[in-house]
Each structure stands twice: as structure tokens, then as C-alpha cells.
Design a protein around this ligand. Structure first.
Ligand SMILES: Cc1cc2nc3c(=O)[nH]c(=O)nc-3n(C[C@H](O)[C@H](O)[C@H](O)COP(=O)(O)O)c2cc1C
Length: 208
């Protein structure tokens, strides 16, 4: 029984941290403790254009993202991965001028959407006042897994809320039943980012 639990935990952990046999990367992945992943993950706005990311690596990343929780396991989040040169260029042109400049060297751009009417709904009826906000919530959870797993794999990301959703819908043929959320760049940092200021802890956390 205990052996089975330990085996399950090990399998789940290796799925999330990517501790598989992949040569040089594995050494770095094992070094990245969860706290190191949290602390070194930053929004990156300057990418090393000489480094590429393979489709296999993106698959590994998004497979781990499937471990994210969602309302009644509805799994409403979907991803559209721009990895070919023409699709990456197309998405670069749909995130505004600042973002376009900042993610210019990122080899992969990922559009996240969620299917409406799933999370926050039961038998077609809205469960509470949040409605499809729960779909956005689940999308954010999945994207959080994405950016942390990406960091654990040695990659860097930038979540972009500034994006042209209608045009992205056309580029990827995204159906009307899905809400287009963020575009996320995936690549390798060229320079170390500034550390963001965080609000005083006691302003945002209250104990009772
Ligand atoms: C929903 C969302 C939308 C964002 N949109 C953009 C964006 O369009 N452009 C950008 O440069 N950063 C964007 N960011 C990144 C935030 O500015 C960044 O997370 C914040 O400043 C904290 O910095 P950190 O990610 O390095 O901790 C976005 C972040 C989130 C969560």
C-alpha cells in the first residue's frame, strides 16, 4: 500500500518537474526546487532569439498543465500553439507594439482560451454569480501551471493580456464558444529582469 502511494507521488512529481532522462536539461531541472522556480519565474521582456524550443518540449510542458485543477474537472482551457515561423509572426503582430518588441526573440507563442458554459455551470445553468468568470479562473490556474512548469524546464514566459482577440480567433480558427484569454510567450531570457515590487504583506493578507 505504502509502496503504491510513494510510486504515485514520484510519478506525479516527475510529471510536474520534468525530471526525465533528457541529457543536459535534466541536470538543471533537478536543481530547480519549487521555491527556486517561484523566485526565478519573472515576466521576461527580452528573449534570446538564437535558442529554439521543440514541439516535443512544448508537448511535455502542456501535458504537465493538464494536471491543473478545474471546476468539476471541466478542463475548459485550450491552447493554440504558434511554433511555425509564419504563425509566430502572425501572433507577434496581434499583441500590441510594446509586447511585439518585447517578445520578438521568443520562439513560441501560446494563445489560451476557455470553453464557455462549462466551469461555473451545472446542467446548463449558472451555479452562482461568478458565471463564466470560473472559466477565466480555471484558465488562470492552467496558465499558472504553464508558467511555473516552463520555468522548471528552464524556459521563460510573458503573459500578455494586451492582445487582439478577434484577429487571433481568425488566425487559429477559434470557435465562438471559446473566450480568448492571454497570449503567453515561451523562450529563453536574454537578460535578468527587474524584480517587481510587492505590496506590503499585511495589506493583502488578513488573519482572523
Ligand atoms: C493577466 C495578465 C496580463 C498581463 N499582460 C501583460 C502584457 O500585456 N504585457 C506585459 O508586458 N506584461 C503583462 N503581464 C505581466 C505583469 O505585468 C507581471 O506579471 C507583473 O508586473 C509582475 O511581474 P512578474 O511577473 O515578473 O512577477 C500580465 C500579467 C497577467 C497576470
Amino acid at each position: 500500500m505504502y509502496k503504491k502511494i510513494i510510486l504515485c507521488a514520484a510519478v506525479a512529481l516527475s510529471a510536474l518537474t520534468g525530471c526525465n532522462n533528457d541529457g543536459g536539461n535534466a541536470v538543471q531541472r533537478e536543481k530547480n526546487s519549487f521555491d527556486e522556480v517561484l523566485l526565478s519565474r519573472r515576466s521576461i521582456r527580452s528573449y534570446d532569439a538564437s535558442k529554439t524550443i521543440s514541439e516535443a518540449e512544448v508537448r511535455e510542458l502542456l501535458k504537465a498543465v493538464q494536471e491543473a485543477p478545474s471546476w468539476a474537472n471541466q478542463q475548459p482551457t485550450k491552447y493554440y500553439v504558434a511554433i511555425s515561423k509564419d504563425k509566430v509572426e502572425a501572433v507577434q503582430n496581434l499583441v500590441g507594439e510594446n509586447n511585439k518588441r518585447n517578445v520578438a526573440g521568443a520562439p513560441v507563442l501560446i494563445v489560451s482560451t476557455f470553453e464557455k458554459g462549462k466551469s461555473g455551470f451545472f446542467q446548463g445553468n449558472q451555479t452562482n454569480e461568478i458565471g463564466d468568470g470560473w472559466g477565466a479562473y480555471d484558465n488562470g490556474l492552467s496558465n499558472c501551471y504553464l508558467i511555473l512548469k516552463a520555468r522548471a524546464m528552464g524556459f521563460d514566459t510573458l503573459i500578455m493580456g494586451m492582445r487582439e482577440s478577434d484577429s487571433l480567433r481568425q488566425v487559429f480558427n477559434i470557435p465562438a464558444e471559446e473566450t480568448v484569454m492571454a497570449v503567453i510567450s515561451l523562450g529563453y531570457r536574454k537578460a535578468e529582469p527587474k524584480q517587481p515590487q510587492h505590496r506590503p504583506f499585511d495589506d493583502v493578507v488578513k488573519f482572523f
